[in-house]
Ligand binder design. Structure first.
Ligand code: FAD
Length: 464
């Protein structure tokens, strides 16, 4: 079908065809549908007018220049695994898909860095560097399918963040195509560097609204050879949350510290045929790595036993099974109006209070609740659900969601620990950030993208 036939501005379509092959441009209904949304709750999206696959930086620049010339909004997209609607298409937009830019350009063993194109899958980079005893530490549970470009644009977290930090901590420099099509390079190949304002950090987590990441230099860490794993089951979720603080007080540093409540264990058992819920009402899944792992494991086991935890030292095979179960806890379900997986963070000292408050509000609103948490970071993913799309249930679900956000803020937390604001969380952003902060953010957006063509309506609240 001719590009012009589906609402694509003819001059813009012609500009695209000058720089891209026909197989890099699609206006097929199937593609427009597939690439209209990510895995976030679908709130407000429109089918794009086209999807384009750029294969190199020059092509990205050409697409952006054409979009700027014809005022066409661009929604940059990696694997589309985002869960905040950051990659939802908007009215009249073109989806710029970067999954074909998937080359690892350099692995430098002496400098302990890698240079990658944005469409490289996180797990593929990890596989490539593991052969050299190295790892790319940020490991969102989606690491087998999400792209490094998407991880950077969302400042993704993951299980290993408890020890190794989030994506921002692993990014040293970026190549970014700006809204006028120009290419800039930020940052440095060195671990340290403080020249000028930190634009690299500004782009990390900016959700495709300030520029398009077309290359990244990332820091690698040593792949640990010694790993020890504990599964500690507790009689209630509050004791498990208290265990997180006990580990901190004992000054041991897990690389993974995940909390799963009773309903989450039951759900995992249901999906996977495991028997976790028979072993306790809440689980702390804890991993130590490095040369001190064994000593740290012993201290942790002693401290958590004192809190009533039933401690099980897991062999590598069972450890991997448990970590995989945790990573796959979402299953294949995409968030829907009647089932929303939240992402908030609270100071760790508030974990116990927050979980207690969540349980109370779920009961009061008559909605189902499951809580899993990257507990080492105080980052919780409560999932609220109701069985049907019946309006009263949806109203109750939304009331519980609103309240869970209010409570997180009241306890000194944030409305998103790692998934980003995207489109879905815009409704709560003004609760966390004061008007002068929102206004500064609008100013930054206008500086980088005066026409407002880069992923409009995402990440920040536009001026009323
Ligand atoms: C099963 C599952 C588990 C998950 N677990 C985690 C987790 O543990 N931790 C976590 O943080 N997240 C998690 N997520 C969310 C998601 O995987 C991450 O946000 C991930 O970083 C998104 O990468 P992506 O390639 O899919 O990006 P997309 O979803 O395609 O895009 C995400 C955002 O980044 C922008 N973007 C993408 N690429 C670029 C680029 N090159 N330049 C500029 N902007 C760009 C998009 O416009 C969009 O705003 C999970 C999701 C699923 C489905």
């Amino acid at each position: 079908m001719a590009v012009e036939e589906l609402g694509l501005n003819a001059a813009f379509g012609a500009a695209l065809r000058e720089s891209l092959r026909p197989d890099q441009i699609s206006v097929a209904e199937g593609d427009l549908k597939t690439f209209a949304i990510d895995q976030g709750p679908v709130t407000d999206y429109k089918e794009p007018v086209a999807v384009v696959w750029a294969e190199n930086i020059t092509e990205v620049q050409a697409v952006v220049r054409a979009a700027a010339a014809h005022n066409v909004p661009l929604v940059t997209r990696g694997a589309g695994t985002g869960v905040s609607g950051g990659a939802h298409a908007t009215a009249g937009s073109v989806v710029l898909n970067l999954t074909r830019m998937n080359q690892i350009l350099e692995i430098n063993l002496a400098d302990e860095i890698a240079r990658v194109e944005p469409g490289v899958i996180n797990g593929d980079l990890n596989t490539a560097v593991a052969a050299h005893g190295l790892m790319f530490a940020p490991d969102p549970a989606s690491f087998k399918i999400s792209t490094i470009g998407g991880n950077i644009a969302t400042n993704a977290g993951g299980l290993r963040c408890a020890k190794y930090g989030v994506t921002r901590d692993a990014v040293l420099s970026l190549d970014v195509v700006l809204a006028d099509g120009s290419l800039i390079h930020t940052g440095h190949r060195t671990f340290k560097g403080v020249a000028g304002y930190d634009l690299t950090s500004l782009f990390v987590g900016s959700e495709g609204t300030l520029g398009i990441v077309v290359g990244a230099t990332v820091r690698l860490k040593y792949l640990p050879t010694i790993v020890r794993t504990l599964a500690v089951f507790f009689p209630d979720v509050q004791s498990a949350a208290a265990g997180v603080l006990a580990l901190g007080a004992a000054r041991v540093q897990p690389c993974i510290l995940e909390l799963l409540d009773g309903p989450s264990l039951k759900e995992l058992d249901f999906r996977n045929g495991s028997n976790l819920s028979e072993r306790g009402t809440a689980l702390l899944l804890i991993q130590f790595d490095g040369l001190a792992a064994e000593a740290e494991e012993a201290i942790a086991a002693a401290e958590l036993s004192k809190l009533g935890g039933s401690v099980s030292r897991e062999d590598p095979e069972e450890a991997q099974r448990l970590v995989d179960l945790r990573r796959n806890n979402r299953g294949l379900d995409v968030d829907a109006e009647n089932r929303v997986g939240e992402d908030v963070a609270v100071p760790r000292s508030q974990l116990v209070h927050y979980i207690t408050a969540l349980e109370e509000m779920a009961q009061r609103h008559g909605v189902e609740l499951q809580v899993i948490a990257h507990a080492g970071d105080g980052n919780l993913h409560p999932t609220f659900s109701v069985p049907t799309f019946e309006p009263a249930g949806i109203k109750a679900l939304n009331a519980a969601l609103d309240e869970s956000i209010d409570k997180a803020l009241e306890l000194g937390g944030t409305i998103t620990g790692e998934h980003g604001i995207g489109q879905y969380k815009l409704r709560w952003l003004a609760l966390e950030q004061a008007e002068e902060v929102l206004e500064l953010q609008r100013g930054i957006k206008e500086l980088f993208d005066p026409q407002g063509i880069l992923n409009p309506g995402k990440a920040i609240i536009s001026r009323p």
